[in-house]
Design a protein around this ligand. Sequence first.
Ligand SMILES: C[S@@+](CC[C@H](N)C(=O)[O-])C[C@H]1O[C@@H](n2cnc3c(N)ncnc32)[C@H](O)[C@@H]1O
Length: 218
Amino acid sequence: MCKNNIIIIIIIILFVFLFFSAAVYPGQEQEGVLAPENFNEARLNRLQPPDKVMDVIGIVQGMTVAEIGAGRGRYVVQLAVRVGESGKVYAEDIDSAALRHLEQRCKRWGLKNIETILGDVTDPRLPEGELDLIFVISSYHHFDDPVELMRNARSALKSDGKLAIGEWLPRDEKDSGYNTPEEMEAQMNAAGYKLERIETFLEKNNMYIYIFSIDGSQ
Ligand SMILES: C[S@@+](CC[C@H](N)C(=O)[O-])C[C@H]1O[C@@H](n2cnc3c(N)ncnc32)[C@H](O)[C@@H]1O
């Protein structure tokens, strides 16, 4: 192989390396405990930037919050750092392997304000009357019976507590995999909540964030 060919191959390898580095890392400015664990977390965090989402739903130091459908804790670690040592995060899921993974993640990073809860399909088993906010992201469409699940979650909220649901929008009229905003509101009304507002800043990424409070008349 002549010298020129070797130089061309080296340039191609460098180009491919730089291309894939750029594809994996744009916007991945978070490090340490907040760094995404894998490509998929990095991709989802780019679509649903945690700091912006937490600002909009009002997460501040000292709050007690729960994520239903927390998975392996992509957002739980973000919530835990934001609420700080004076706050607490309950990470609920029906997948025990995902929760075990999250417990290891907490141990690795010394996060002590997170408690995992293995829930039931229609009962998240959250502590009564303790929560400032219940958070759900990218999980609602996975719930077998979201109305019953969220109805059973309601008593975990303080009287002025909020429910924030980040959920994908239907891609078109034929897409029955996701709810329209009208369906989301009707379902959560049936579960005992009233819609306060819809945050649309993630619309270009096909997601709305629905903020509900407790419907005291039910
Ligand atoms: C796509 S993952 C999202 C995880 C996490 N919220 C995130 O954004 O990285 C959906 C999660 O919902 C959980 N899930 C499905 N049905 C559930 C239910 N009835 N109660 C609680 N979690 C449930 C699944 O086990 C899974 O961890």
